[in-house]
Structures are given as C-alpha cells and as structure tokens.
Design a protein around this ligand. Structure first.
Ligand code: 5AD
Ligand code: SF4
Length: 504
C-alpha cells in the first residue's frame, strides 16, 4: 500500500481579473482539457492522512453553507464529502442561499443545457453578493475542469470568489481560507491527477441509502463524452477500503448501498500488485450484512462472465442492471467509440437474462449523434423492443468542445432529433407499462424512502428492481422494508397496499 509522498503539482494562485481572457493563463495554472486527456503510467497514490488544519477547524463557527448539486450520483456523493468537510470546519447547512455565508455550485458538464442552467443561477447570485460582500460564492465539479468555463467566469461572473476542480475537493479548507482573505478570484483546478484521497468526512443524508465510490475517472473516451477529461484517469479504491466503508454503513443501519464509478466494470484494472476485478469485489460485498446492493454505471465492453456469475448468486445483489447502450446501430456505436457492436451487446443481454431470472435492465440512449440516419435510429428502436428495458435515460446529442464528436459533421436537423427523442420515449413508455402490468396483484418488497413528492399523505419506496411504488402507510415505515400488493400499475409508478412489514 502506498502512502502519501507526492507534493501538490500545481501552485495555488490568486487571480486578478485579466483584461483580456487570453491573458488568464498567466495568472494561474489553467485547467486544460488537452492535459486532462493524457494518460500517464504514474503510480496511483492513496492518501490516508486527510485532515483539516487546526486553524481552519473552527473557521465556520456560527456560519452557514449551501451546496447546490447538478448532475449525476457521483456529483451528489461529492457534495456529501464537501458538506462533510464544511461541517468539520464548524459550518452548519442552510436550505436556502439567502442566509448562507458560503454557497457552492457543484456543477455538471455532460450536456450544454446542464451548463446553461448553472450560468443562469450564477447570474442570480450577483444580487446576494451585492447585499453581502463577505459571502463566498464557489464553483466546483465538472464545469470547473473546462478552460472555456473558467474563462467565461473570469470575464462575466466576477461575483464568483472561488473555482476548484474535481481533483481538488480535499483542498477545500485551504481554498476557502484563501478566498476569504483574498480580494481576487481563487482558482485551483488540477487537470491531470492520479491520486485517491481516503478518509474525507462525508455528510450522508439519512441512514437508509448510501453511496460508496469504488473508483474514479474513466479511460473509455467515448467520442461524445467529456467525463474522461473532467474526471481524469481510472483509479480504483483499494478493495479493503471499499469493504471497510460498506461494513461501516451496515453497522450504522443503512438499508441499501449503491456502488459508484463511471465504468464500474473496469474496477481493479489499474491495480499493479493484485489481480482483482469488479466480480471479486461484488463477491465480497455480497457477504456483508446489508439488504440491498446496487451499482452504477456499467460499460458493456468490460462486463465479464465472472461478474454475471457472481450477480446470479442473488441475495443482497439485486436483479437490476443499468447497462448504457447509447445506440442500437453498430455503425453509430463505432463512431461513438463504444468498442462493442449491436450483436455483442445483445449477446451480453442474453447471457445476463439466462443467468439472472427476472433481471430488470435499464439504459442510457443518445439520439441524433452526428450523421445518425433514419435507419440507424430505427436500429435503436428495435434494440429497445428486443431488450425490453424497464427504464431509460434518453438524450439528444449535445456537442462538447474538446471531444472528437464535436468536430464531426452533424447533418441531423434539430427537429429530426427532437422527433426521434419523442418517438423513442413513446416506445419506452409502452414497454414500461407492459412490464409493470405483469406486477398487477403481485406482492413486492419495497424499501420505503419517504413521502411521495406530490402528496405528503402517500409514502414512496422502491422495489429490488428499482421501480417506484406509492402506498398509504404510517410515516414510521420510512427507512423500513415492507411488502406491498400492487393494485394499480402505471407507466412509471406502481400503486399498492401495505401487506406487512419485513424483518431483515
Ligand atoms: N450528449 C448527450 N448525451 C450525453 N451523454 C454523455 N455525453 C453526452 C453528450 N455529449 C449521456 C450518455 C451517458 C449519460 C450519463 O449521459 O448517455 O451514458
Ligand atoms: Fe463517458 Fe463513455 Fe466514460 Fe461513460 S464510459 S463516462 S459515456 S466516456
């Protein structure tokens, strides 16, 4: 096991707003997508000595913070770490931005509309900053890793005090202090980073469902995707660290664990001293006394037979797999650099369905990738019909500057892309309803998560296959497992009646 030996490679510099945005690189080590693309052979260091410097342990006493999170579960989980660090510095959380002393936007760069939303919200923060000059407004997450974003903030969003990257979360205490005592924008974004920082505090919401990172980064470089640039190279946490965290959550009474990684199937490929993959990890997690274990997200190319074999053992490993397909056309998949064909994907689905009866499959699909023909889109529709996904996240392709697809000729008009998305969603909804109807009058096990979003009188929970179930019951059931008889199966929700509480 490696201990921390490496120094920070990039200096922190306060930045005076440059006159011309091209000058900005003079003032600090700029994020660079080009550097972020590089994959070196350096050893991955694991740092176990995270601590908050003494002079910063009380800096937040009597002050409040508000973290706003955009994007995926990885970001949600990073926000739990950010909140944990802030609380360890004495801050307390605030639900509103109005009375916060520190506001952090943990951003997402996956599609343009995600970025537009953040810029819109940052604009609204100007008023708060004018009212309270001591307010610290920070931007972190994937957008901070893009030089064009940092340039834009420097040019047009001077209300921002701090920008830090996805690899710099552990530096938050020092960065906040710098932001407090500096009149200029503080920017620290490491573009190329290969380390893992353990032992950061985490503030988890409740003790029902917990996220656990198993790896960071992505080396797949699908041609449309910005993630390998914003999250760096694939780095797996040591199995003993993952298992210790899951055990700890089990001891705390958590009822469900979600293992997180951009490509969990590549887990362990970066270990140099041990042969240990995702299947091995799941086989150990299976033995921990926690009722449900999920994982996200999978890459079909790396999904191996050993993992299928382990998942087939069932128990706390739920029969639900999110398996992003992106497109049903082999030609489009090739241009996306997904490194599998339609046939390979279907063969994988067949193996999974053979090994895991009642498995529920969900997916991600992009429509309107550059050059996608009507015929190729029809291949996606037939894929959906064939696999019978229970659920899918569907997107219109959004060009991301710096990725190979952004310079591909895109001859698909936006109206065509929108029409394809609409049609695809219609097919998905029909299939979802067909599948849900099969559950009519059946009794399913549900983990009760809370009140339903639309009606506080109704409770909401999820089945092992992640289907949303609504029923009427006492609030004391929140956080418990119950048996529910399905009385009404709708497209995206099941309605039912409480049968009994389940002892787990
Ligand atoms: N445009 C549209 N969708 C994208 N995704 C990733 N990059 C893009 C993009 N540039 C989708 C993929 C991925 C999910 C997390 O987001 O479907 O699986
Ligand atoms: Fe993006 Fe592809 Fe990596 Fe998923 S596997 S994060 S889509 S590059």
């Amino acid at each position: 096991m490696m201990k921390e030996t490496k120094e920070a490679t990039v200096d922190l510099k306060s930045v005076k707003s440059p006159k011309k945005t091209e000058d900005y690189a003079k003032y600090f080590q700029a994020p660079s997508l080009k550097d972020a693309k590089k994959r070196g052979k350096e050893e991955i260091l694991v740092h176990y000595d995270f601590n908050i410097p003494e002079d910063m342990q009380h800096i937040g006493k009597g002050k409040r913070y508000h973290v706003r999170t955009y994007g995926c579960q990885m970001n949600e989980h990073d926000s739990e770490t950010i909140s944990g660090i802030l609380q360890a510095m004495g801050y307390t959380s605030s639900d509103s931005v109005e009375d916060a002393d520190v506001i952090l936007f943990n951003t997402c760069a996956i599609r343009e509309n995600a970025e537009d939303k953040v810029f819109g919200e940052l604009g609204h923060m100007k008023r708060l900053k004018n009212n309270n000059p001591n307010l610290i407004l920070g931007v972190c997450g994937c957008m901070s890793q893009e030089e064009k974003v940092v340039k834009k903030i420097l040019k047009s969003y001077q209300q921002v005090d701090l920008i830090f990257g996805t690899h710099n979360i552990h530096r938050l205490p020092e960065l906040l202090r710098d932001a407090m005592f500096s009149k200029e924008m503080v920017i620290e974004v490491w573009s190329k980073e290969g380390d893992i920082v353990e032992n950061m505090p985490k503030l988890r919401e409740g003790n029902t469902k917990g996220w656990v990172n198993i790896m960071y980064g992505c080396d797949k470089f699908c041609t449309y995707c910005i993630v390998p640039y914003t999250r760096g190279k694939e780095r797996s946490r040591r199995p003993e660290d993952v298992i210790a965290e899951v055990r700890d959550l089990a001891r705390q009474g958590f009822k469900e664990i979600m293992l997180l990684g951009q490509n969990v199937n590549a887990y362990g490929k970066d270990f140099e001293d041990i042969e240990y993959g995702f299947g091995d990890l799941m086989d150990e997690v299976r033995k921990i006394d926690i009722p449900r274990v999920r994982f996200t997200t999978s890459h079909p190319r790396d999904f191996d037979d050993h993992l299928i074999e382990v998942l087939a053992k069932g128990g706390n490993l739920v029969e639900q797999i999110h398996l992003p397909v992106q497109s049903g056309s082999t030609e489009v998949l090739k241009r996306m650099a997904r490194k599998y064909s339609r046939e390979h994907y279907l063969e994988l689905v067949r193996k999974i369905k053979d090994a895991i009866p009642n498995v529920s499959l969900s997916t991600d699909i992009i429509v309107g990738f550059p050059g996608e023909t009507d015929e190729q889109f029809e291949d996606t529709i037939s894929m959906v019909e064939e696999v019978k996904y229970e659920f899918a996240y569907t997107f219109i392709y959004s060009p991301r500057e710096g990725t190979p697809a952004a310079v591909m000729e895109d001859n698909v008009p936006m109206e065509v892309k929108k029409a394809r998305l609409y049609r695809l969603n219609e097919v998905l909804a029909r299939i979802a309803l067909e599948q849900n109807k099969k559950l009519q009058d059946q009794v399913v096990e549900v983990l009760v998560e809370g009140e339903s979003r639309t009606n506080a009188e109704v409770l909401a929970g999820r089945t092992r296959t992640n289907k949303l179930v609504h029923f009427t019951g006492d609030k004391s059931l929140i956080g418990q497992y119950v048996h529910i008889k399905i009385t009404d199966a709708k497209t995206w929700t099941l309605h039912g009646e409480l049968v009994s509480k389940v002892e787990v």
